[in-house]
Write a protein that binds this ligand. Sequence first.
Ligand code: MN
Length: 333
Amino acid sequence: MYAEAKKIKQLVEQAKKILIIQPDNPDGDSLGSSLALEQILASLNKDTIMVCGVNIPNYLQYFTGWDRVEPAALPTNFDISIIVDTSSISLLENLTKHIDIASIKSKPCIVIDHHVSEASIDFAQVRLNVPTAAATSEVIYELSQQLNWNINLAAMNAIASAILSDSLGLTTNSTTARTVHIIGELIEKGVSLSQLENARRDTIRKSPEIVHYKGQLLERIEYFDNNKLALLIIPWEEIEKYSPLYNPSVLALDDMRLTTDTLVAIVLKLYPDGHITGKIRSNYGFPVAAKLAEKFGGGGHDYASGFKITDKHIDELKTLLIEATREIINETV
Ligand SMILES: [Mn+2]
């Protein structure tokens, strides 16, 4: 039972139009959470607008309704907002180029999340953060059950896909018995996992161009400290060219993590205004991802995290990252 449920119910009941916000790094969980909320709130006769600061990438377009997420909408006539799957203000930077942050701050805001790191969104009226949940969509499922909100089949499909996405098919360390039970309940109510998986597989097919680009990325992976750290840098020209087709980091990360002796895999993306984002993944038994990201102003989970840097050259950042990873490895191993 969530103590925050009552307050959330009140805010939702009083609202007519609800803005649903995803972070600037949308993933299967943030998208599935948004789509599930869209359906659940529609059953409560609420109008919703789903927004995200970036376009929904191709590899997530197996979610029915992804195209209802507006990348650059300018809604001001909403009553409350719900931010899903992040507690970090830095992940709303792109969005606030399209929407005045003051309009969000001036109205009640609810955060629903499952990230362990400290919350930097300080203007939310209610923050329902459940770090023990494998996905934000798991929290939305539990909350809806608790409040007796109707979850239709479209919402159940979105929740199931989102949970499977964040939990890598129920295999991450964050997957609990409850996570698996929820999937079981969704199947009982009509969700077909094989149908969802087929839809997903259809969208993750790669064009020959992307398969060749993946080859280039794999060749460029650098290994440090006896392969314990795998590092890949993706320049803006490639992000611009390939990310509308496929997320470049997703192309390489699994192979990086699956290298013999590798404990930590990091992908750095370079942007034209000089900022650099980092995606960190660590291997099972080595839960240091959030700790490492925090050293660079970011955060996340034990095995998956990220950060954003605006004041460092790539060479300097690379040196610092190699040192920080080495330190954490020495402390842990
Ligand atoms: Mn998530």
